[in-house]
Design a binder for this molecule. Sequence first.
Ligand code: DQA
Length: 144
Amino acid sequence: MASVLVLNGPNLGRLGSREPDVYGSQDLDSLRELLVATADGRVEIDLRQTNDEAELISWLYEAVDTATPVILNPAAFTHYSYALRDAAALVTKAGIPLIEVHISNPHARETFRHTSVISGVASGVIAGFGFSSYRLALQGILDA
Ligand code: DQA
């Protein structure tokens, strides 16, 4: 395993200043540092963020084509993007791990966040642990 793709959906580029009471005050650079430290040289961390559903889907195709494990925070796409779900299914049906992560616990928030259209095709789901949700997902991939 050469690398792990850590894919972040819409508005996560604003971490640090976006609703710090919900998402904390650290940004994506801090997240990258945390994951690089957790990986400790065992895998490369390829962390990306986009607000564009099509780009996120193209990155999942890339994961399939390169057999690269994925940590995915689909952000708001979690709750309604069947297109992203279908692309995520391509990853897991190819036998490649895809872990859905959330910084917050969506189940403890507004009702529309209680549904994930991604979870049913994910290898696993980790939510509610802040940036540690990603760290635990990476640990799970490394342990597998
Ligand atoms: C989120 C939860 C989603 O409901 C929300 O739309 C996000 C972030 C999380 O990491 O807690 O953008 O995925």
